[in-house]
Write a protein that binds this ligand. Structure first.
Ligand code: GSH
Length: 215
């Protein structure tokens, strides 16, 4: 199997986390053509996004579909609980992450340079992201991992985005952990997990390289 991967991508890191947790033998492949929008990569993944899994002939785009496939294919160690209720709790968070929490943060990626940023966009998106964090504070578990004592797909979804939130938001005068004790406790706890240390370490190196390049 092969994951079309970029270490800086929070969505690719969601899937790398599952691969590391399960110890699956997956090749980390660069994007063909060197660009997500290259014609050659469009033939692999018409969506032009990372991650994308080549599961020995079956092409699977979308991080959460990849993660659920890997969970089905390699059930041990489990990253979804056994009970329907437990599984629903994890999926509430993964879906909340993908549809509501991450998009306003992503809108800020192009606004990092104070000289060129659109202050209206920054104001709106920072406000929206903070209100999503307030919602997350209400649904994340009070202690332990995102849904309780077990590390799950919910932690895989949240951790890479929280990496960006804690690294990038201070540039906009916002502190994502302040006044959100459950998220703050989860963030401290989840970073002790070896798979999380490895995957976020890779994100950190990629971010530093990008910043050295002046982007
Ligand atoms: N819903 C997708 C989102 C993937 C995504 O947006 N990936 C970003 C990198 S973090 C990307 O490929 N962006 C390129 C683009 O949208 O043009 C998933 O869960 O995999």
């Amino acid at each position: 199997m092969k994951l079309y991967n970029m270490n800086l991508s929070n969505f690719a890191t969601k899937s790398r986390l599952v691969i590391y947790e399960k110890g699956i033998n997956v090749e980390m492949a660069p994007i063909p053509g060197g660009d997500l929008h290259s014609a050659v990569y469009a033939k692999v993944n018409m969506l032009g996004k990372t991650p994308c899994l080549d599961a020995d002939g079956l092409t699977i785009p979308e991080s959460e579909v990849i993660n659920e496939y890997l969970e089905d294919k390699f059930p041990t160690p489990a990253l979804l609980p056994k009970s329907p209720e437990g599984r629903a709790k994890v999926r509430i968070i993964t879906r909340f992450h993908d549809l509501y929490l991450e998009p306003p943060l992503r809108s800020l990626f192009g606004q990092m340079n104070p000289k060129t940023r659109d202050e209206k966009v920054v104001g709106e998106k920072v406000t929206e992201f903070k209100s999503r964090l307030d919602q997350l504070e209400k649904i994340i578990a009070d202690g332990g991992f995102a849904t309780g004592s077990d590390f799950t797909l919910a932690d895989c979804a949240l951790a890479p985005t929280m990496f960006f939130a804690t690294n990038l938001l201070p540039a906009f005068g916002a502190k994502p952990l302040d006044g959100r004790p459950r998220i703050a406790a989860w963030w401290t706890h989840v970073q002790t997990r070896p798979s999380v240390k490895k995957a976020l370490g890779e994100m950190g190196e990629a971010l530093a390289a990008m910043q050295r390049g002046g982007n």
